[in-house]
Design a protein around this ligand. Structure first.
Ligand code: GLN
Length: 242
């Protein structure tokens, strides 16, 4: 990874691109550029080599069967694993989260599919689909907290093993399925269910990923319009009018 030219790598939009999570890549790119970085957005489709020198990698939400293809392709390519071993950060959303686990099932099928094994998590079909606006409490590694807003839409419910830590606790929504915990963190992999895109709604989380990837604190950005939109969204969700 070249810290003077950080790359944001958006993976497999043709497979995992139906929930608008590519917006996460744009948010990361803009927040680097606003700070003067010569940042680049790289998009990679199945069959193309995954670059190993990216700063942040992104996996998004998608339909059930696409998840199986994504796992096969990512495993065959191997570039994502190399990048993570070299210190890159991965944000995996929803279907992307599920495939990063040890195993998952899809839709109404009972077949257990092996995931990428990047997170100690297992996903199985839940008793109902988790759909709706969410509000979660995220505790950063330094102990400070921030709210995460977004919307969830997933039939799979996820259970974490002891190597993974929940990303946040649930105020509103299903989270991983138990209505208590949301998402997972393991090493430099951050996984979460909310779309939105989640980084557009939660710039603190975006900056956390960037500063982790670059191994340095980032100067704050003063964007009152983003904060105002975020505040409105949080108030609306709490008032039950999403
Ligand atoms: N297909 C998965 C599920 O329903 C993921 C859906 C999504 O990415 N929103 O659990």
């Amino acid at each position: 990874m070249n810290p003077d030219h950080p790359k944001i790598v958006l993976l497999y939009q043709s497979l995992l691109g139906i929930y608008g999570d590519h917006g996460n890549a744009v948010v990361l790119l803009k927040r680097l550029q606003w700070r003067g970085f010569d940042a680049e957005l790289v998009t990679v489709e199945p069959g193309q080599p995954v670059p190993t020198d990216g700063a942040v990698y992104l996996l998004g939400g998608g339909e059930d069967t696409a998840q199986i293809t994504a796992v096969k392709e990512l495993r065959a390519d191997g570039g994502l694993f190399t990048a993570l071993d070299s210190g890159a950060v991965l944000l995996a959303v929803c279907a992307g989260y599920q495939i990063c686990g040890r195993t998952f099932t899809i839709g109404t099928r009972d077949e257990v599919i092996e995931g990428l094994g990047l997170i100690d998590a297992q996903t199985r079909r839940g008793p109902q689909r988790a759909v709706g606006e969410v509000l979660h409490h995220w505790t950063r590694p330094d102990g400070t907290t921030s709210l995460i807003t977004g919307f969830e839409n997933h039939g799979g419910w996820t259970t974490l093993g002891s190597d993974a830590t929940p990303l946040a606790t649930v105020e509103l929504g299903w989270g991983n399925g138990d209505r208590r915990h949301e998402g997972a963190v393991q090493g430099r992999v951050v996984a979460t269910y909310p779309h939105g895109p989640v980084l557009a709604r939660n710039p603190d989380l975006a900056d956390h990923l960037l500063s982790t990837a670059l191994d340095r604190p980032l100067e704050p950005l003063d964007r009152p319009e983003i904060e105002a939109l975020r505040r409105r969204r949080i108030d609306a969700v709490r008032a039950g009018r999403p």
